[in-house]
Ligand binder design. Structure first.
Ligand code: SAH
Length: 513
């Protein structure tokens, strides 16, 4: 590799990774890209179709946005070059993150040359280019044995009517096979005309895919002759990838992504950044566009000392009661920080609220003895009525801000309950992915709430509620919190956990359309 220079010990010296972030769907990045993002001290990034990738950054990593955003100009290229060189020379692990593939109309080559000239170490991590991945998500293979054996890729950035255009449109028009161009929406009319002038058949099929591979994907289709009018009527804008040729016809048969049940719907996920992933993934697997707008964060309890002491004494209880997956995680992390042997937990029985909480307990290889049918505190108290708990000791592992139902209910049954405060929920103040701005600009069809604290903290942000947007609630307590803010949920999950919520959302939109 040219850029390694005389670097001997890579852990001591800086390195710059030129990383492709893929076309948008966060699943479409390489394993290497994820490793680099996780290890980075500083991430210098452009406008990405899905900034969710940034959530993989380690805590404390510096995130520097250098792209173009609504009202801001991008940082000039020479300043970006100077910045990546300077940060790398300072001994840091630098990730230069770019949409698609860094070497496809991404100036990755220029940045690599700068790094090479400065004699610092660098690595190129290719990504999936929108030029190929974009059409695939619209059901268009860029090559196909029935249609072509050649692919031409060009930029639509240059004005074809200008003398000095470096693109020979007549030559492109004459070239057999598929043509793909990026950055061409603004000049679509001129490009199509130049190709027809150059000898391409006016009826040649063309499709444009906007925000490809994300929940906001939209595709228009026509011929070289009418595509500019179609785009105008549809108010079709960048960023889009255009694909020209017989392959466009394949879309009729293999348009897989746009036929998913939640395709075209924008859904907001308000849970903690750490927990958002499972819900986001399930929603985007159904085709939804997801904005992760975490409103809360989980922090250690105010009184860490007494939490640690209670965990240490957990083996003395007859029952351990967990009311959330967070509590389970905090409890066992603290437990195994003290004890190296699982048997130190002794033999208390374990009760939980919700399948999600049960699943978490099983992750630590402990079995659950009691899961109430109803996934709420009242359900747990109800379930204990079938047990004889009088004078039995219970350790209830809870959040600082929990309701009193469990304590009062179990005490009323004669149990001796100690409360072990394992964590507290605080407002998430950071927004490294610009999610609040996206929510403001683009709106949404649905905002999901997975606890009453997500409701409280969401409304504390003071964001305007988009017109026609619904609220989705995981259960009755969350719904009650929403009503307190004057919002009647459009749906409430029958089963009060994430799979239950996803199912309810699917049903909601199925009934809707
Ligand atoms: N390096 C990038 C291209 C950067 S140029 C890549 O390999 O994809 C920016 C152009 O890429 C946009 O104007 C648009 O034409 C295209 N593009 C990037 N992401 C896109 C997406 N998700 N959907 C459609 N087009 C996209």
């Amino acid at each position: 590799m040219a850029g390694q220079g005389n670097a001997m010990d890579m852990s001591e010296t800086g390195i710059c990774y030129l990383v492709g972030a893929g076309p948008g769907d966060p699943g479409l990045v390489t394993l290497r890209a994820r490793e680099c993002v996780e290890a980075a001290d500083v991430i210098i990034y452009d406008a990405l179709s899905s900034p969710e990738i940034l959530r993989w950054a380690k805590p404390g990593a510096e995130l520097v946005f250098v792209g173009k955003r609504a009202r801001n100009h991008a940082m000039p290229q020479d300043e970006i070059n100077a910045l990546i060189v300077r940060e790398t020379e300072a001994g840091r692990k630098v990730v230069r993150l770019k949409g698609g593939d860094p070497m496809v109309f991404g100036r990755g080559g220029e940045e690599a040359a700068e790094l090479a000239a400065a004699g610092v170490a660098f690595e190129i991590v290719p990504g999936i280019s929108s030029a190929i991945g974009g059409p695939a998500y619209a059901g268009i293979p860029v090559t196909h044995r029935d249609h072509c054996s050649q692919l031409t890729l060009f930029t639509g950035h240059e004005d074809p009517t200008k003398e000095e255009s470096s693109i020979d449109y007549a030559q492109i028009a004459r070239a057999p096979g598929t043509k793909v161009f990026l950055m061409g929406v603004a000049r679509l009319r001129e490009i199509a005309a130049a190709l027809v002038d150059g000898g391409a058949a006016p009826e040649t099929p063309i499709a444009l895919v906007r925000w490809a591979t994300t929940g906001r994907q939209r595709t228009i289709q026509g011929t070289l002759d009418d595509i500019a009018d179609i785009a105008e009527q549809a108010d079709f804008r960048s960023p889009a990838v255009a694909v020209i040729g017989g392959v466009v016809g394949e879309r009729e048969r293999i348009n897989w992504f746009e036929s998913r049940p939640l395709f075209g719907r924008q859904v907001v996920v308000t849970r903690t950044r750490a927990q958002a992933g499972v819900l986001s993934r399930a929603l985007s697997d159904l085709g939804a566009g997801v904005i992760e707008l975490p409103t809360i964060r989980i922090e250690p309890p105010e009184d860490r000392q007494s939490f640690a002491e209670m965990v240490t004494h957990a083996h003395e209880y007859d029952w351990l009661v967990f009311s959330s997956p967070n509590g389970v995680e905090r409890f066992f992390d603290a437990f195994f920080a003290v004890y190296g042997d699982a048997r130190s937990l002794g033999n208390p029985r374990i009760a939980v609220i919700g399948e999600g909480t049960a699943k978490k307990v099983r992750e630590y290889r402990f079995e659950v003895d009691l899961v109430p049918e109803k996934f709420v505190a009242e359900g747990l108290v109800e379930a204990f009525k079938g047990e004889s708990v009088e004078n039995l000791t219970m350790l209830w592992v809870r959040a600082e801000e929990a309701r009193d139902v469990i304590f009062d209910g179990l005490a009323a049954l004669g149990a001796i309950v100690d409360e072990c405060i394992a964590y507290r929920t605080v407002a998430e103040t950071g927004d490294p992915t610009g999610a609040a701005e996206r929510f403001r600009d683009e709106g949404a069809d649905l905002v999901t709430f997975t606890s009453s604290s997500t409701v409280e903290h969401f409304f504390a942000l003071g964001l305007p509620w988009p017109e026609g947007c619904g609220a989705a609630s995981i259960g009755p307590i969350t719904s009650a919190a929403l009503r307190k803010h004057g919002v009647e949920p459009v749906l409430e999950a029958d089963q009060h956990d994430i799979p239950g919520l996803v199912e309810a959302i699917r049903g909601h939109f199925a009934g809707d359309s």
